[in-house]
Ligand binder design. Structure first.
Ligand SMILES: Nc1ncnc2c1ncn2[C@@H]1O[C@H](COP(=O)(O)OP(=O)(O)OP(=O)(O)O)[C@@H](O)[C@H]1O
Length: 360
């Protein structure tokens, strides 16, 4: 049996502005019912990619396919209004002169009046705004307007939905609920979703697959767990969380550090490497008569450290240490409350299976 076509496929998309490649050879496949998050820092080319798929920006090269059918390359182009792609942008304005109901039903081309009304009521119920059905946009708060815009985008059951930071105007309390509800509706409709965000947490929460983008390129792509636990480089670690870095040189496929040796398989002798690890993977031990814990295979050797500062962050405490060996600062996080006094001597070890060794 032949493989089903991706609902959305982009191949080798490129776009330059003023001679600078803003989107540089980007390829992606999204299956029906799948959510892919294009995640990256501001200015990396996420929105430009989305705009090309929507058809409001023209690529310099590359092609876009929906269910296997070409909708755009450099000679052929289906106009935006005929692509049947749903759009939800942060600043997507409602029509001020139309009621909430009419805004939501705007995109519903076919069906009876009663059928459309039923769909509008269903969606407003799900974004918790049914009580405003006969109101007008100016009577709603910014967050409420955004939820109406969401209902409007979902109403025609688009085959593909492009979303650019769609939840960023909502306050935290509302955001999680609306995000989950939106995801449920999109999955029910088997819509392929490409969601742009610069927030790793949002991507981890929403995505089946994350495409990490930097300087116009996709640098890593995969399930959130894989992207988080097997980052391609130091910047990929640092994009998801705070990161500590140790520097070392490799000799005999090992990098020697004050925390003991780290495996560096395949790295030539004399290569400078960065050993990168997240604060939650630092283990803290109390000083016992001038000694730390004994070395182990899983945690290596303990290094002596002095507490510089400790802060309670809500779910965890963040402790900053000045390292005895060179005066550098390392950060550790500990669940719940752990607030040692500045100046306290402690010993740190690093979980070997949670470290990443990259050429510096
Ligand atoms: N029409 C244009 N003319 C010139 N430069 C542009 C144009 N559109 C985008 N750019 C530039 O392309 C780069 C990528 O912009 P884009 O909006 O795609 O980034 P982004 O990753 O979505 O960022 P953000 O998260 O801040 O929206 C930016 O440096 C931007 O200034």
């Amino acid at each position: 049996m032949s493989q089903p076509h991706p609902r959305l496929e982009i191949r080798n998309l490129r776009r330059s502005f003023d001679g600078r490649a803003v989107v540089d050879d980007v390829s992606l496949k999204i299956m029906p019912g799948q959510v892919t998050c294009l995640l990256g820092p501001s200015g990396c080319g996420k929105s430009t990619t989305l705009r090309m798929i929507a058809g409001v920006e023209m690529q310099d090269s590359g092609e876009i396919r929906v269910d296997g059918n070409l909708i755009c390359d450099t000679v052929f182009r289906v106009p935006p209004e005929r692509r049947e792609i749903g759009l939800m942008f942060q600043d997507f304005a409602l029509f001020p002169h139309l009621s909430v109901a009419d805004n939501v039903s705007f995109g519903l081309k076919s069906g009876t009046r009663a059928g459309k009304r039923e769909r509008v009521e269903e969606l407003l119920e799900r974004v918790d705004l049914l009580r405003f059905i006969d109101g007008y946009p100016h009577q709603l708060s910014g967050g409420e307007q955004q939820r109406v815009a969401l209902a409007r985008a979902l109403a025609p059951r688009p085959r593909i939905m492009l979303m650019d930071e769609p939840f960023s105007g909502l306050d935290n309390r509302l955001r999680d609920g609306i995000r989950d509800e939106t995801l449920t509706i999109l999955k029910e409709q088997d819509t392929a979703v490409l969601l742009v965000t610069h927030e790793p947490e949002e991507a981890m929460r929403m995505a089946d697959e994350i495409a990490l983008m930097r300087d116009g390129k996709i640098v890593q792509q995969g399930a959130p767990y894989n992207v988080y636990t097997r980052p391609v480089d130091r910047a990929a670690v640092a994009f998801f969380s705070d990161a500590n870095v140790l520097r070392a040189e490799v000799s005999g496929a090992l990098a020697q550090t004050p925390f003991g040796r780290f495996l560096a398989p395949g790295v030539p002798d004399g290569t400078a490497v960065s050993i990168v690890f997240r604060p939650q993977h630092v283990r803290i031990d109390f000083d016992r008569g001038g000694q730390g814990p004994k070395p182990t295979a899983s945690d290596g050797t303990a290094a002596r450290a002095i507490v510089q500062r400790a802060r309670f962050m809500g779910n965890e405490s963040l402790v900053e240490f000045v390292m005895d060996y060179d005066g550098s600062v390392l950060r550790a996080t500990v669940p719940n409350v752990f607030l040692p006094q500045p100046g306290t001597v402690m010993w740190l070890t690093i979980r070997r299976d949670r470290c990443f060794v990259f050429a510096a």
